[in-house]
Ligand binder design. Structure first.
Ligand code: MD6
Ligand code: FE
Length: 202
């Protein structure tokens, strides 16, 4: 494997997933979304997010009346989340350097104009395990900073098949998605981007 790009401690494995694996993951994600439909979360500030979300696994990330937490049920469907697809677990095993499977796979869906503001992934209750992130579909401009929101940032375009790992000192680094090159990816008919993030949750 070619060594990863190191962006402020975030490791980026370019092109880790070939097109066949990307398509397999998209099909698996569509299967999960049939059981756990995408939601447009409303932030603590009352603003609907531009990214739509769902989850798979033991727990899923939700915004519940302005509070960010992991819930064992889909808020609308009221059912448990679907299992994390095997094709997705295989990526975690390959790259996470962690003995246990993740508890949750967050599914982020970006349509035209969607973005994600600078944030930290800090709702997991433990931060020793890495967060692993898979990009599928259109290229996205990924920004990484430090442990403080005001720290300087650096950016890189994430392409379909790239895998990013936020671990070690970078586990709680600020990061976000500034914009997409909508329709430039070719993987998803009609354009868009799927981001999968795997988390170990207390
Ligand atoms: C995205 N990613 O790529 C947003 N979080 O669409 C994240 O928010 C993220 O890439 C934790 C770890 C890696 C990530
Ligand atoms: Fe994140």
């Amino acid at each position: 494997m070619t060594p990863p790009l190191d962006l402020k401690g975030v490791l980026i494995f370019r092109g880790l997933l070939d097109p066949a694996r990307q398509r397999e993951l998209v099909a698996a994600v569509r299967g999960a979304l049939a059981e756990a439909p995408l939601i447009r979360p409303v932030t603590a500030w009352g603003k609907p997010m531009s990214v739509r979300m769902s989850s798979a696994g033991r727990v899923g990330w939700v915004i519940d009346r302005g509070r960010y937490r992991y819930a064992d049920r889909h808020p609308d469907a009221g059912r448990q989340w679907p299992a994390i697809p095997e094709a997705a677990l295989a990526v975690w095993r390959e790259i996470a350097d962690w003995p246990d499977p993740p508890d949750s796979m967050l599914i982020n869906w970006y349509g035209e104009g969607a973005r994600m503001g600078l944030h930290r992934d800090a709702d997991e209750g433990r931060f020793d395990a890495p967060v692993v992130s898979v990009s599928l579909g259109d290229p996205a401009l990924f920004r990484v900073g430090g442990l403080e929101r005001s720290d300087p940032t650096a950016s890189v375009w994430l392409n379909s098949g790239d895998v990013a790992v936020l671990g070690g000192a970078a586990r709680l680094a600020y990061h976000g998605i500034d914009r997409l090159r909508f329709g430039a990816g070719g993987l998803l008919p009609g354009g868009g981007r799927i981001n999968l993030t795997f988390r170990v949750v207390a």
